[in-house]
Design a protein around this ligand. Structure first.
Ligand SMILES: [Fe+2]
Length: 301
């Protein structure tokens, strides 16, 4: 049983609403065992003292533990308060998306047409994404090793958490939750070209033998699919899911140092997932991002 949780910044609860730790851990582990990770909240977690929340987290984790590929995903037991969290996040994100999201994201979101008033179940999100790009979502109980997470992309499978952040901090989560997975990853995976790039990352990881090479690819995933930006009609727009699932990150991206998209450089650059990203790689256009990443991943060996 292992689940890493970051310390909550209680003094600034509205700032950090995205942290994705899946690609931070680098130790090697047994893939099937890693998917059995169970929930263990840090004392600093916003839901630590909420017994009902912890019980719900455990029952949602159990769904993932008992899940078998290809079976329908059971519904998670969200409460009225959790549906309100979803509404609050969407209300914060919608104007931010209009200003800062790239056209491919906005178009995919329009086609996906996810509910506004309630947390969508993974099963329905998966069905809608699959109809658009062939990608599917599968539940995981918590964090999985980078290789497990990234290799599943090669099969058109996105390993997704199903729980939602604690209702006391609607715009903050110390761990990836269903808001990040759905409003970040699922929407981008509904875009056929972003889905294709995700698959290519997965196949590149499958060709990767050493821990060092895996680390390099993980960083490339971080600086593109999680935190990538590009130019559209002269403006900087986000295509990275870590930005797109967080109104705070979207506002903060204008304070980041923008560097031209250079994947060799991104592969070497360290990052801190607990802070707003101080450095972002910016492509000249969606097309330039797509071609750069596609060609790099094709050559990857
Ligand atoms: Fe993510």
């Amino acid at each position: 049983m292992r689940m890493k949780v970051m310390t909550t910044k209680t003094e600034q609860p509205l700032l950090l609403d995205h942290v994705d730790l899946r690609i931070v851990a680098t130790e090697q582990g047994d893939s099937s065992a890693e998917r059995k990770t169970l929930v263990q909240l840090d004392p600093e977690h916003p839901g630590f003292r909420d017994q009902d929340y912890r019980a719900r987290r455990n029952s949602i984790a159990r769904i993932a533990l008992e899940y078998r590929r290809g079976a329908p995903i059971p519904d998670a037991p969200y409460t009225t308060e959790e549906h309100q969290v979803w509404r609050a996040v969407r209300e914060a994100l919608e104007p931010a998306h209009r200003r800062h999201a790239c056209a491919a994201y906005l178009e995919a979101a329009r086609r996906l047409d996810l509910p506004r008033s309630r947390v969508p179940q993974l099963s329905e999100v998966s069905e809608r994404v699959a109809a658009l790009s062939g990608f599917r979502l599968e539940p995981v109980a918590g964090l999985v090793e980078p290789r497990v997470f990234l290799e599943s992309l090669a099969d058109g499978v996105f390993l997704s958490t199903q729980y939602i952040r604690h209702h006391s901090t609607p715009l903050y989560t110390p761990e990836p939750d269903v808001v990040h997975e759905v409003l970040g990853h699922a929407v981008t995976l509904a875009s056929s070209r972003l889905a294709e790039l995700n698959r290519m990352v997965g196949t590149a990881v499958k060709r990767t033998r050493t821990a060092e090479a895996l680390e390099r690819l993980s960083r490339i995933y971080w600086f593109t699919m999680e935190f990538g930006v590009l130019r559209e009609a002269g403006a900087v727009k986000a295509y990275g899911t870590g930005l797109l699932s967080s109104a705070g990150e979207l506002e903060a991206m204008y304070r980041a140092e923008l560097r031209p998209l250079d994947l060799e450089e991104a592969a070497r650059l360290d990052y801190d997932p607990t802070q707003y990203q101080p450095v972002l790689f910016c492509a000249d256009s969606f097309e330039a991002m797509y071609m750069t990443l596609r060609d790099f991943l094709r050559r990857w060996n």
